[in-house]
Design a protein around this ligand. Structure first.
Ligand code: SF4
Length: 286
């Protein structure tokens, strides 16, 4: 049995970076608390590991009086930095460089007098952070239909949420052309999640069975499963290694493994180890 990993899987650069940053903060903490402002990642196993190691999740109410606070990859509004500083906390900024770029671009458009249109989910923390850089003075749209309801504008500048699909952004841009005399488009989509998709697409044509490790409620992981099933009907979503059923492996000689953007390396490793154990057990039945 051969186990083949997808060429790109698991954490993106931004998430890896902030998790490493949290552990560096812990090394230098001198017994003072280290907390993250909101969960660093949508993965309960990883959050539990961080908590066990001493990196807790905090919000405004549970924020400690001293120690270090880590800003997650989604970033925050500038006002949030000021509040944390005023509390006397040391801030380590894990905002993803791609998100920083979006924040800078939004501020630039605003300064230049454009009406800023942010394309994405208005409840997403990344969007709230960006809006903080432009006095919350922007329209947030998620669909072409929402664009139809915008008023007629003069000069529009657009920013995209880093994780939306390029296809969706492009459809919304097309619709916005009817809404303004001038349109300035900022390319702010990050292709980390697209890379995992591409890797699953490539791998799915080469394996008999494909496991995608990710949260059942993760849109990103479910999309990977959907993509995998186009060429490999035996594509399964698992949250942990314990969910692998040895019976499913019968007759499969090449097994692929991919993972959603919230899956840490150690969970991918556990899946590979479990597959190896099952392989041994199937080869040497008692
Ligand atoms: S912008 Fe891209 S690289 Fe950065 S955290 Fe988001 S998905 Fe990851």
């Amino acid at each position: 049995m051969e186990i083949v990993l997808a060429e790109s899987l698991g954490f993106c650069m931004g998430v890896k970076r902030v998790v490493d940053m949290a552990y560096r903060a812990l090394d230098k903490a001198n017994s003072l608390p280290v907390v993250t402002l909101g969960p660093l990642i949508h993965n309960s196993q990883e959050i539990a590991r961080l908590a066990k190691d001493g990196i807790a999740v905090a919000d405004e109410l549970t924020m400690p009086a001293n120690g270090t606070v880590i800003i997650r990859a989604h970033g925050v509004a500038p006002q949030a930095y000021d509040e944390l500083k005023a509390r006397g906390l040391k801030i380590m900024d894990g905002t993803c460089p791609y998100v920083h770029y979006s924040q800078r671009k939004a501020a630039e458009l605003y300064r230049e007098g454009y009406t800023v249109i942010v394309v994405g989910d208005k409840n997403h923390p990344e969007i709230s952070g960006i809006l903080g850089y432009i006095n919350n003075d922007a329209f947030v749209v998620k669909t072409v239909e929402e664009v139809q309801h915008l008023p007629q504008l003069d000069r529009i500048g657009t920013i995209a949420q880093t994780t939306i699909s390029p296809k969706k952004y492009s459809a919304i841009i097309d619709a916005l052309r009817q809404k303004a005399r001038e349109l300035k488009v900022c390319e702010t989509i990050c292709d980390a999640t697209e890379e995992n998709q591409r890797a699953i697409r490539d791998l799915s044509g080469e394996v008999d069975l494909l496991y995608v490790i990710g949260g059942r409620h993760s849109a990103n992981s479910n999309k990977l499963v959907e993509t995998g099933r186009e060429k490999c009907p035996r594509t399964m979503l698992i949250e942990t290694a314990d969910e692998i059923n040895p019976e499913d492996l019968r007759g499969a000689s090449r097994i692929g493994v991919g993972a959603g953007a919230s899956t840490p390396d150690w969970m991918i490793q556990q899946v590979v180890e479990r597959l190896r154990e099952i392989e041994k057990a199937l080869a040497n039945p008692r």
